[in-house]
Design a protein around this ligand. Structure first.
Ligand code: ZN
Length: 350
């Protein structure tokens, strides 16, 4: 296992490097920024830097190979605690911080963080989803923040610092993280894909970058959706490429794609999302292609543009939780109408 794979966030890295070099690390930090950009990775890099057995004066430069570094990567280091929202829960429960009722104060993150480091270095606790702390959890953590254990470092992570209870927030040094640059994101996606033995076609990768808004997670979720919907998406594109296609052909090709998702509301909504993604990608491609063609009837790229706008609009409606089937039925009808002008020079009556 090599070094921590972390891209971007150079400013933040430099800030911590200097703090470590000068021995001026704070006790508590609040990391905020969009989902899926590497905040937790950064927190783990910091933990690794503190728990590396070959810790250098350089700071933020763990060796990646000693047992300390490896234990951080596998989340098994005895001086590292990582907590987050439990599966299916909407709050970080008090038990996470002070233990179950029969062991209150004798276990949990606050207790563990107060202990002396087992390996002589630091105790590091990372709290993901810090905005999901309820009042009881926050009060328990407040004590720890007011009287931090010796050589303990606490990192709270959230998408939105404003959502973290104020008394907690005010006791942490805030560090803001921004979206990743396209080049960084692309490097990460390629790296992760190579690790999985996958290779994406360049145009799909490009589209993923557009979808991702600088988030690795968003990009990978989108790529997975595309992989899963591959065959359904192919037949949907096949219908769209037939001038004069019938609305019911479009609907049944789309159903193929829809059926690859769960039948519950959430699954259907994800399926609708995939259908709309696929149509949007198709229209976008044709808009770009026809708009750059010389001597093209301007009504053709206009029609692709109208269709693209429709896809975007339907996507918003789908997210606003309108009825999935109503939304899709109306979408198919309207899409067929908007694409009619593109058939004209293909010998089809509209
Ligand atoms: Zn190391």
């Amino acid at each position: 296992m090599g070094r921590h794979s972390l891209w971007g966030h150079d400013l933040q890295r430099e800030m911590f490097r200097r703090a470590l070099q000068r021995g001026r690390l704070g006790h508590a930090y609040l990391f905020s920024g969009p989902r899926g950009i590497g905040k937790k990775q950064f927190a783990l890099l910091l933990a690794q830097s503190l728990l590396c057995e070959k810790r250098s004066a350089e700071g933020m430069n763990p060796c990646g190979e000693c047992s300390g570094c490896r234990q951080v990567l596998t989340l098994t280091h005895p001086d590292l605690m990582l907590v987050g929202l439990p599966e299916g829960k909407s709050e970080l429960p008090i038990e996470t911080f002070v233990g179950s009722p029969d062991k209150r104060g004798r276990e949990g993150l606050c207790h563990d963080l107060s202990l002396a480091p087992m390996h002589g270095g630091f105790r590091v606790a990372i709290i993901d989803d810090a905005d999901c702390m309820n009042i009881a959890s926050a009060n328990a953590l407040l004590k720890t923040l007011e009287e931090p254990g010796p050589r303990s470092v606490l990192v709270l992570i959230t998408e939105d610092a404003e959502q973290v209870i104020r008394t907690i927030r005010s006791r942490c040094q805030q560090v803001n993280f921004g979206a990743l640059a396209d080049a960084e994101l692309q490097a990460i996606l390629k790296h992760n894909a190579a690790r999985e033995g996958v290779e994406y076609p360049p145009e799909r990768l490009e589209q993923a970058l557009r979808e991702a808004q600088g988030s690795v997670l968003r990009a990978e979720e989108w790529l997975t959706r595309m992989e899963q919907g591959g065959s359904g998406a192919a037949s949907l594109s096949a219908v769209l490429s037939r001038p004069g296609f019938r609305v019911q052909d479009l609907a049944s090709a789309a159903d193929q794609l829809l059926n690859q998702y769960g039948s519950d509301t959430q699954g259907q909504r994800a399926g609708a999302h995939a259908i709309l993604d696929c149509c949007r990608e198709y229209c976008y491609r044709h808009l770009v292609r026809t708009a750059s063609q010389p001597d093209v009837d301007p009504r053709i790229p206009d029609a692709w543009g109208d269709a693209l706008e429709l896809c975007l609009h339907a996507g918003i409606q789908n997210e606003r939780r309108a009825s999935v089937s109503l939304c899709l039925d109306a979408f198919y009808q309207e899409l067929e109408i908007r694409l009619r002008p593109t058939w004209k020079n293909m010998g089809v009556r509209s």
